[in-house]
Design a protein around this ligand. Structure first.
Ligand SMILES: CCCCC/C=C\C/C=C\CC/C=C/CC(=O)SCCNC(=O)CCNC(=O)[C@H](O)C(C)(C)COP(=O)(O)OP(=O)(O)OC[C@H]1O[C@@H](n2cnc3c(N)ncnc32)[C@H](O)[C@@H]1OP(=O)(O)O
Length: 279
């Protein structure tokens, strides 16, 4: 955890409108791999998309796991071996009610603030596709293990006619380096596991049947690293990025909502949603 003050600030900014449903836990499961290691499984068929409720449930689950002092590490995975997460739920952005759209973006920011700033050692087990917001979820982890061959990972926003928010772009740049990031972001590249490994977007690539066993092995190993030193090191590495979003959270909400509500953007979103449904 970064600091009590930063956490309090983060939670104060979370949506409080009465229209927001309480986080549903049916989209996620939390279990224990060992007394000190939790496993968080995304379980929202068909594509683990991040709707408002899913994003709130995700942050709430991470916060709950963090609140247990006996837990030192977390494995993030999907119940589907085909799709880790297909990213933001595009239907949230199609013909949206403006207040819900703003709450949706605050909740997406909240997923980032909860996991990227986590005191826990975190491993993402990426067995299936992880485009855009799916890549975001995996980038927040400390270590990524992905299936080779079929699934794709990356930030494809540009190819969809949109841009990744600055805090997601920054996390990507931090991970793959400036030049690799420019090349990939400007084209909206989705990488195979092998390509992702070559640019440093993932740390290991394995055949599907080996990904989860290896991810478990790694998270159990990371759980043994002294917790205090690791948490402070993460704060030193990531604190400034997290603080920047905390300070500019509402400006980021305004950027997102204005962009999404524009007529041209709405036409693009509807066409993309229809193309996904017609597949
Ligand atoms: C132009 C749209 C952008 C809108 C944003 C606008 C402005 C925002 C400004 C800044 C924010 C920038 C941040 C954006 C981050 C994002 O995450 S945007 C979302 C990007 N995600 C994608 O492009 C992935 C789309 N999905 C796929 O490519 C494929 O589904 C897949 C992951 C490769 C898996 O393929 P597969 O064949 O196995 O499955 P299906 O395609 O049949 O999907 C199953 C089912 O799920 C529905 N679905 C898939 N993805 C989404 C999604 N992101 N949102 C909503 N619904 C999704 C799909 O329609 C199928 O539904 P069904 O037909 O009813 O079964």
């Amino acid at each position: 955890m970064f600091s009590t003050a930063a956490r309090a600030l983060a939670s104060r900014s979370l949506p409080r409108a009465p229209s927001i449903l309480p986080p549903s836990r049916s989209m996620l499961t939390v279990s224990r791999l060992s007394p000190s290691v939790a496993e968080l499984t995304l379980d929202k068929a068909p594509a683990n998309t991040l709707s408002l409720e899913m994003a709130l449930a995700f942050s709430a689950a991470v916060s709950e796991i963090e609140a247990d002092p006996s837990v030192t590490a977390l494995l993030l995975r999907s119940s589907s071996t085909k799709i880790f997460s297909a990213g933001l739920d595009i239907s949230e952005m199609s013909g949206p009610e403006p207040a819900r759209l703003a709450d949706f973006w605050r909740a997406i920011q909240g997923t980032y603030l909860s996991l990227y700033s986590s005191r826990l050692a975190t491993v993402a087990c990426i067995e299936g596709h992880a485009p855009a917001g799916g890549c975001l979820l995996s980038l927040m982890a400390d270590y990524r293990i992905m299936t080779g061959g079929g699934p794709r990972i990356g930030l494809n926003e540009t190819a969809l006619g949109i841009a990744a928010p600055y805090w997601l772009k920054d996390m990507f740049v931090e991970t793959v380096g400036r030049r690799n990031a420019e090349l990939a972001l400007l084209k909206g590249t989705l990488f195979t596991g092998e390509e992702a490994l070559a640019v440093g977007l993932v740390d290991e690539v394995l055949p599907l049947e080996e990904v989860y066993p290896r991810a478990k092995e790694e998270v159990l190993k990371l759980a043994r690293i002294p917790a205090k030193g690791r948490a402070e090191t993460k704060r030193l590495l990531r604190g400034a990025a997290v603080d920047e979003l905390l300070a500019g959270r509402e400006a980021d909400v305004a950027w997102f909502t204005e962009f999404v509500l524009e007529e041209g953007t709405q036409k693009g979103i509807k066409a993309y949603l229809d193309s996904l449904k017609k597949k």
